[in-house]
Structure formats: structure tokens, C-alpha cells
Ligand binder design. Structure first.
Ligand code: ZN
Length: 137
């Protein structure tokens, strides 16, 4: 895969160094059949070091996941070799089925069909808590 010549795909750029793997895992990109490249510790004038993820294919990307890991990341949609859209990322107020509650007494541990919902309770420190038992992530 020539990572610089994506025809139709998604480029997640300006990820703070170290965040690339986390986004990869939370988006479950290992399940994609399309080629995926993570480029780590790229030298960036603005950021020092950054990670980039390139996906050679389109799929419904969960922007909340990216916003949760790194609200400063940018998502570029490439079509026919051209940048057609830049998506804005922000810190999501709510995360649904992105994280799972680790509290064994939480209702989500018992009721398997319940969605795992976390709410942003402290924007400055990016703290998320389970809406059912208030366990912090
Ligand atoms: Zn919980």
C-alpha cells in the first residue's frame, strides 16, 4: 500500500503521538478488510510528533471515538484521490458503546443488552463516568 496515494478512504491526521494505537483499537480497525496504515511519531512542525492513520477504504467512522482519544485530531475524507471533506472533531458529551464499565456491580455487567453509556462530567480533565453507576473511566 502506498500510504500517500489513497484513492478512496479516510485519513485521520494530527493525532497526538501515542494516540494512534488507541484510536485503532477503539475503532476496531483490525476488523477491516481494507488496508490500514498507522504512521507513528511523524515529525510535525506544529505538534512536535504526531500519529496518522490511513484507511484505504470507506466505512462509517465513529467520530466520538476519535474525539474521546484526541479532540485535536482531524479527519479527512478522500475520494478519487482528492480531499473532499474535512470533519471537525470535538470532545463528545456522551459515549455509547465505546467503553465498557469496569465495575462488576454495575447494571451493565448484569444486563448484557444494555448499551454502555458514559457521560463527560469534567470537560477540562476529560473525565467520563458511567451513567448507571458513575464509575470513572
Ligand atoms: Zn457502570
Amino acid at each position: 500500500m502506498y500510504v500517500d496515494s489513497i484513492q478512496n478512504g479516510i485519513v485521520i491526521d494530527h493525532i497526538n503521538a501515542g494516540g494512534g494505537m488507541k484510536i485503532y483499537e477503539l475503532l476496531e480497525l483490525d476488523k477491516l478488510k481494507e488496508p490500514v496504515a498507522i504512521i507513528k511519531n511523524v515529525v510535525s512542525k506544529k505538534m512536535g510528533r504526531k500519529d496518522i492513520i490511513k484507511i484505504d477504504g470507506t466505512f462509517d467512522i465513529d467520530l466520538d471515538v476519535i474525539g474521546y482519544v484526541d479532540p485535536g485530531a482531524t479527519v479527512n475524507i478522500i475520494e478519487n484521490g482528492k480531499l473532499v471533506r474535512k470533519l471537525t472533531i470535538c470532545l463528545p458529551e456522551k459515549l455509547t458503546n465505546v467503553l465498557t464499565c469496569k465495575n462488576p456491580r454495575c447494571i451493565t455487567s448484569v444486563e448484557q443488552e444494555l448499551p454502555h453509556v458514559f457521560k463527560l462530567t469534567d470537560k477540562e480533565n476529560r473525565v467520563y463516568r458511567c451513567v448507571y453507576c458513575e464509575t470513572q473511566v
